[in-house]
Design a binder for this molecule. Sequence first.
Ligand SMILES: NC(=O)c1ccc[n+]([C@@H]2O[C@H](COP(=O)([O-])OP(=O)(O)OC[C@H]3O[C@@H](n4cnc5c(N)ncnc54)[C@H](O)[C@@H]3O)[C@@H](O)[C@H]2O)c1
Length: 309
Amino acid sequence: MKKNILITGASGQLGQFFVEKLAENNNVISSDVNVSSELVKKYDLKFLDASNEIKVRKFIDKYHIEEIYNFASILSAKAEKYPLKSFQLNTNCFLNVIKASTSSSVKKIFWPSSIAVFSKESNLDYVRQDVIMNPTTIYGASKLACEKVINYFNVNGLLDIRSIRFPGIVSSSSPGGGTTDYIVEMINNIKSKKKYICPISPNILLPMMHVSDAVDASVKLMSVPRNNININDSYNISSFETTPNEWKNLICELGYNLEVDFQPDFRQKIADSWPRKIDDKQIRKDLNWKPKFNKIKTLKSVIENYNLT
Ligand SMILES: NC(=O)c1ccc[n+]([C@@H]2O[C@H](COP(=O)([O-])OP(=O)(O)OC[C@H]3O[C@@H](n4cnc5c(N)ncnc54)[C@H](O)[C@@H]3O)[C@@H](O)[C@H]2O)c1
C-alpha cells in the first residue's frame, strides 16, 4: 500500500534521489527552503523550513504523513565556516521534526548521520560499529548529538527513528559543501574542461558510496520490522574506499583529460579526522544488504549520468 512520505531538504545532493526512489511506490511530499522553479516543476517541491515546528506539523497533518526523511542540514565543510549556526540548524531541524511527529500520524523517521561522528580515538584505520567518538568538527558534533537523541527515543520506545552513518556520496547531483565533494567535482570538471583544484591531499583514503546504494540501504532499513534492527543509534555502512589521486587516475584511464592541482585547505584537517575504512557487518547482516556499485562501476555510472560518454 502507498504511504505518505515527507522529505525535508529534498533539493540537496541526496534528497532528489530519495524522492525518485520513494515516489515509485508512495505518495511523496518533497520540501526544502531552496525551491528552484526547475525542481518545483520536476518534483512538485514545496517550501518548508524544517526548523519551524509549527509548519512541519501543518504538513504532517495536511498530508497525513506516515514517514519522514529529514535531509535538511548544513554539510561538513560549510559548517566549519558558520559553526554555531550550523550546529543549531542541524540539531534544530531534527528536533523539530521529532517534536512535530510526536502524537501524530508519523510512524517512522529516517535521519542520515555521517562518518564525521568518528575521531582519532575511534581507530580510524578500521572503524567498528560501537567505538569511542569525540568528533573535532562542529558537523560531527551535531551528528553525534542527534545520534544520542535517536538512541533515547528508540530505547524508550517513544518514536521509531532509523539512521545510517553515510560515507562520502557519489552522484551526478551537485554536492552541498562536504569534505568528500572532490569525488563529484572531479567528474564535473571533465565536462567544464577546467583544471581541478583539489582541497585535500592526493593520498588520503576515505570511504565512499554510490548514491543508489545509499538510497537502497536506507529504504530497506525503513521497511524492515523494528525487531530486525539491532542498533539503536545509527548504523555504519560502507562500499569502497579511494584517494583523490586514485580517483583522478581512474578518470584518466577511462580516456578523459583531467588536470588536478592538489592544494589542501581547511578541509584536510576534517578529512584527517575521518575514517579510512568502515566495518559495516551489522547493517549487512540485519538488512541482508550489500552494495551493488564498486569503485569503477560507480565512476562509470556517474559519468554516464553526466552524459559525458
Ligand atoms: N552528501 C554526502 O556525501 C553525505 C554524507 C554523509 C551524510 N550526509 C547527510 O545527508 C543529508 C543530506 O545531505 P546532502 O548531501 O543532500 O546535503 P545538501 O547540502 O546537498 O542538501 C541539504 C538540503 O537541506 C536544505 N536545507 C537547509 N536548511 C533547511 C531548512 N531549515 N529547512 C529545510 N531544508 C533546509 C538545503 O536547502 C539543501 O537543499 C545531510 O544530513 C548530510 O549530513 C550526506
